[in-house]
Structure formats: structure tokens, C-alpha cells
Ligand binder design. Structure first.
Ligand code: COS
Length: 380
């Protein structure tokens, strides 16, 4: 067993850390307040290769492993979880799904742009009445010969207003249940596609979350991903990897909050000494650090499983379940360590606490992760 990171891993981690501190940190509070999408920062992340990290270089990607990806996700999330979710969706839901299951034509046409950040992608599964219960898709795609006619509404779509290409899950044959679901690549410019209202969110406010409406959108047959009826499994497989990215995001949010709390405790004085010298605070730091380290091991194990070709459904679900809980617990404690200052925007920890909550909800709630884990345990 070897817990050390390679030179290349360390370089990627340091590059992401530098980028986060130099490019994401300035303006992060204002973007949160104004709900401003980090357009310039996303462009730079594309240029630096953060948007298609694991994609084969022949499609414009970085050809890196999942361990590299989670290291970068952790560093970006320490500073700006709104930016890191854009990275996560583009890498693990959109690029990975297309590279793994798309046709060569789809990869040439779409993946090459998505992997370089020239275009941004979105993943559209959730609906007003189908979030956790993902087989209950109401969006329909009716086979019309050379095209499908797409109708319906998708909710809470990350990159909803800023994406160029959308992977849309829809029901093509209700009678067949989950085997009558397909996934399609939809272009924003197509007739009948409408970006609906932007959500006013508790956290990750810099990310762009929208409702999307599809009204008789003509989707060419060649834009279906995989065999007919593969859409539900496509969504499940893609989300299994996505959950590792969100677990890494949760880990980063927790680690960022811990760093701030530790540093603050060394300068803030009470009762004649720095507050870190009080056991009440020192023990909080000890608990926070231990929980973060445990979460990091689960995240790394899930990433390693994926890189080894092992099944990662359970390890990814466990990493997300645990890391998102740690993100909530640690950010609440980080605010507590900061006292009154923790409740004020300029100290960053209140934003991290708000950002943490979504990691227990999106890409499968904590309750869904427990379904995945318990079914895995009880299988056979
Ligand atoms: N990989 C491949 N196939 C999978 C899979 C996975 N990770 N998970 C499920 N499947 C397959 C099953 O094997 C089954 O196929 P067969 O009938 O051929 O055996 C099919 O998909 C249906 O699976 P299941 O019966 O388990 O479906 P359920 O309706 O019980 O739902 C959960 C399973 C709850 C796990 C699924 O609906 C889910 O993950 N929901 C959450 C979705 C989500 O993350 N939403 C957030 C939106 S994205 S922000």
C-alpha cells in the first residue's frame, strides 16, 4: 500500500491551488452576492485544461487520471465551490459520458469543444417530478423517423444558462419503464429550446442554475447516445463518476473552512491568549482535521477504484455521503470558531457553510447514496 502522490499529481494539485488563490479568490464574495457566473475564470480554466482533465488528448483533453481530477477539485473547492461545480459537471457528467458512450462523430463534433472549454456542457436529468426517482421521467422524445421530437421541462440544471450543449435524458417509450429512456445531445441554438428562470440559491450562487423548457425540439437521430433504451443506464453510470467529483468538492469545502478556522484561531485572542490555546477550540480543530482526513481517504479510494477499472458505484456513493456530511459539520464549526466574524461575508466561512449544503443534495441526495450503498451490500 502506498499513500504517496506522484510528482505529476503534486504538480496538478499545486497548479489548481495557485489558480484558485490567484484567479478564483479575488471577487469570490462579490460573485456570490450578485449571483454572477465566473465567465472569465471559466475561460481561463478551459485554457489551463481543467474542463476536460480526463479526456483523451486526441479529443483535446488532458489525459489525466481520476486521482488528478479529485486533487484539482479539492483545491478549487477550497476557494470557490461555484466555480468547481462547473468544472465537475463538465468533466464527469458531460465529457466522461460522451467519451465513454458517445459515437466517434459525436466525440469529434462535441467532445473536442467541451474538453477544451471552447464550449460548456450541462447534464439534464432532474425534473419537477423526477429528482431522486429518476425513472419517472416526464420529458418525452417521440421517434419521428429521422429525428426525435423533444418536449418537457428540466429543473435545477447546473450551467443551465451558460452551456452550449446539453445531455438530456427523456422517455421514448413509457411502456418500457427505465428501458424506454434515452439520452440525447441537444444544442442550445435549436428551435423550441428555452432557458427558463435562474434559481436564487442558498449557496454556490456564482453557478448558473436554471429551469429548461423543450417545446417540439427536433433532435436528429444521430444525437442519441448509445443503443435505443440505454439512457437510464447512461445516467446512472455517469452519475456514479459524478459523485466522486462532488465528494471531492465537499472535501475541498471542508478543508477550505478548516484552513480558515485554524488560521483565525492563531490570531484571535480571548482571555489573554490566542483562542487556539483554549482546549474548546483546539479540540474542535482536532475533530475537524480528523474528519477531513477520513473523507479524503474515501474520496481517494473511490478515485483509485475508477482508475483501476474496479466498480466504483459503492465507493463513490460512500465518499459522497461521508464527505458531504463532513463538509456540513466542519463548515458549521468553522463559523463557530470565528464567532461573530464567522457570520460576516468577508471571512468566507459563512459562504462555505451555505455552499456545503448542496453537496448533500445534488447528484443524488444522501438518502439516495444510502440506497446505492445498502443495495450494494445486500446484493447476491
Ligand atoms: N450503473 C449501471 N446500471 C445501473 C446503475 C448503475 N450505477 N444503477 C442502476 N442501474 C440499472 C439497474 O441494474 C437496472 O437495470 P436492469 O433492470 O437491467 O437490471 C436499472 O438501472 C434500474 O435500476 P433500479 O431498479 O435500481 O432503479 P430504481 O428506480 O430503484 O432507482 C436509484 C435506483 C435510486 C439508485 C436511482 O434512481 C438514482 O440514482 N436516483 C438518483 C438520481 C440522481 O442522482 N438525481 C440527481 C439528479 S442529477 S443533479
Amino acid at each position: 500500500m502506498d499513500f504517496s502522490l506522484s510528482e505529476e499529481h503534486l504538480m496538478i494539485r499545486d497548479a489548481a491551488r495557485d489558480f484558485a488563490n490567484n484567479e478564483l479568490k479575488p471577487g469570490v464574495i462579490e460573485r456570490d452576492i450578485k449571483q454572477e457566473f465566473p465567465t472569465e475564470q471559466v475561460k481561463k480554466m478551459g485554457e489551463l485544461g481543467f474542463l476536460g482533465m480526463m479526456v483523451d488528448p486526441k479529443y483535446g483533453g488532458g489525459g489525466m487520471d481520476t486521482v488528478s481530477y479529485v486533487l484539482a477539485m479539492e483545491e478549487l473547492s477550497k476557494i470557490d465551490a461555484s466555480s468547481s461545480v462547473i468544472v465537475s459537471v463538465n468533466n464527469s457528467l458531460v465529457c466522461w459520458g460522451l467519451e465513454t458512450y458517445g459515437s466517434e462523430e459525436q466525440k469529434q463534433k462535441y467532445l473536442t469543444k467541451l474538453a477544451t472549454g471552447e464550449s460548456i456542457g450541462a447534464f439534464c436529468l432532474s425534473e419537477p417530478e423526477a429528482g431522486s426517482d429518476a425513472t419517472s421521467q416526464r420529458t418525452t422524445a417521440i421517434d419521428k423517423g429521422d429525428h426525435y421530437l423533444l418536449n418537457g421541462t428540466k429543473n435545477w440544471i447546473t450551467n443551465g444558462g451558460s452551456a452550449d450543449y446539453y445531455l438530456v435524458i427523456a422517455q421514448t417509450d413509457k411502456e418500457k419503464g427505465h428501458k424506454g429512456i434515452n439520452a440525447f445531445i441537444v444544442e442550445k441554438s435549436w428551435d423550441g429550446f428555452e432557458v427558463g428562470p435562474k434559481e436564487d440559491k442558498l449557496g454556490i450562487r456564482g453557478s448558473d442554475t436554471h429551469t429548461l423548457n423543450f417545446n417540439d425540439v427536433k433532435v436528429p437521430k444521430e444525437n442519441r447516445i448509445g443503443e435505443d433504451g440505454f439512457g437510464f443506464k447512461f445516467a446512472m453510470k455517469t452519475l456514479s463518476g459524478g459523485r466522486i467529483g462532488i465528494a471531492a468538492q465537499a472535501l475541498g469545502i471542508a478543508a477550505g473552512a478548516y484552513d480558515l478556522a485554524r488560521d483565525y484561531s492563531k490570531i484571535r485572542k480571548a482571555f489573554g491568549t490566542e483562542i487556539c490555546n483554549h482546549q474548546a477550540i483546539a479540540f474542535k480543530l482536532a475533530d475537524m482535521h480528523t474528519e477531513i482526513e477520513a473523507a479524503r481517504h474515501l474520496v481517494m479510494k473511490a478515485a483509485w477504484d475508477k482508475d483501476q477499472g474496479n466498480n466504483y458505484d459503492m465507493s463513490g456513493a460512500m465518499a459522497k455521503l461521508y464527505a458531504s456530511k463532513v463538509a456540513m459539520d466542519v463548515t458549521v464549526e468553522a463559523v463557530q470558531v470565528h464567532g461573530g466574524n464567522g457570520y460576516v461575508k468577508e471571512y468566507h466561512v459563512e459562504r462555505l457553510m451555505r455552499d456545503a449544503k448542496i453537496t448533500q443534495i445534488y447528484e443524488g441526495t444522501s438518502e439516495i447514496q444510502k440506497i446505492v450503498i445498502s443495495r450494494g451490500l445486500l446484493r447476491d
